[in-house]
Design a protein around this ligand. Structure first.
Ligand SMILES: Cc1cc2nc3c(=O)[nH]c(=O)nc-3n(C[C@H](O)[C@H](O)[C@H](O)COP(=O)(O)O)c2cc1C
Length: 199
C-alpha cells in the first residue's frame, strides 16, 4: 500500500496510481466521482460524473455546459469531488477550480463516443424539465435524421478540467486508526506541501 508521504511527490500521479489499482481490481465505475458545485447562494449540490482523464494539470470530466452543474461552475468555479473504493478501503478528496477544457480535447473525446451517445448529447437539454420519456426518444431520432452519421460536437457540450489546490488520501487502518494525508498546492514555491492528519 502506498500510504507514505514523500516530499516532492506529485499527488496527481498518486491519484492516477490509485485509480489504476481500482481498475485492475475490476471495480465497476471505478472512475465515478461525487462532484460538488455550489450555487450563487453558496448552497452545495452533488452528483456523480465520470472522471475520464487525468493530465498534468488536473482532472477531466464531460457534461452539458447548460446543465445545473455547468451553470453553477460558470458562476463559481470552485468545486470539490471525492472517490471511494470500498474493496480497496481507500478514499480520495479533491478541492480545486474548474476551467473549460480546450475545444480540441472535447472534440477528440466527443468523436470517440458511440454515435447514439453523440445524438443523445445533442438531444438532452440536461437538467431541464422533460414532459415524457417518449419526447426524448423522438428528439434523439429527429437529431439522427438531421445530423446524419457524423454529428459535430454541440457547443453546449464538452469537458471541464478541475485544477486541484488540495488532494487528500485516506487509507483504512485496523481498528479505525486510519491513515490520512493531504497535499496543498503552495503557489509561492510552486510545489505541493504535504501534511499527515488525524483520521
Ligand atoms: C455513475 C454515474 C456516472 C455519471 N456520469 C456523468 C457524466 O460523466 N457526465 C454527466 O453530465 N452526467 C453524468 N451522470 C449523471 C449525473 O449524475 C447527473 O444526473 C447529471 O449530470 C445532471 O446533473 P446536474 O443537473 O447537477 O447538472 C452520471 C451518473 C452516474 C450515476
Amino acid at each position: 500500500m502506498k500510504t507514505s508521504i514523500k516530499k516532492g511527490q506529485n499527488p496527481i500521479n498518486l491519484v492516477q496510481e490509485w485509480l489504476e489499482d481500482a481498475q485492475k481490481k475490476g471495480i465497476p465505475d471505478h472512475n465515478a466521482i461525487a462532484l460538488a458545485t455550489s450555487n450563487q447562494n453558496g448552497h452545495p449540490n452533488v452528483r456523480m460524473v465520470l472522471l475520464k482523464e487525468i493530465d498534468h494539470k488536473g482532472f477531466i470530466f464531460y457534461t452539458n455546459y447548460n446543465s445545473t452543474k455547468g451553470r453553477e461552475i460558470s458562476h463559481t468555479s470552485n468545486v470539490a469531488f471525492s472517490l471511494h473504493w470500498r474493496t480497496l478501503k481507500r478514499q480520495i478528496r479533491v478541492k480545486g477550480s474548474s476551467e473549460i477544457l480546450e475545444a480540441v480535447k472535447s472534440d477528440e473525446y466527443f468523436y470517440s463516443r458511440p454515435l447514439q451517445s453523440r445524438y443523445g448529447a445533442w438531444a438532452s437539454k440536461q437538467s431541464t424539465i422533460l414532459s415524457s420519456r417518449e419526447k426524448l426518444i423522438n428528439e434523439v431520432a429527429k437529431i439522427a435524421l438531421k445530423l446524419g452519421k457524423s454529428p459535430p460536437r454541440p457547443e453546449f457540450w464538452g469537458g471541464f478540467r478541475i485544477i486541484p489546490s488540495e488532494i487528500e488520501f485516506w487509507n483504512e487502518g485496523k481498528f479505525r486508526i486510519h491513515d490520512r494525508f493531504r497535499y496543498i498546492w503552495n503557489k509561492e514555491s510552486a510545489e505541493w506541501d504535504s501534511v499527515r492528519l488525524y483520521p
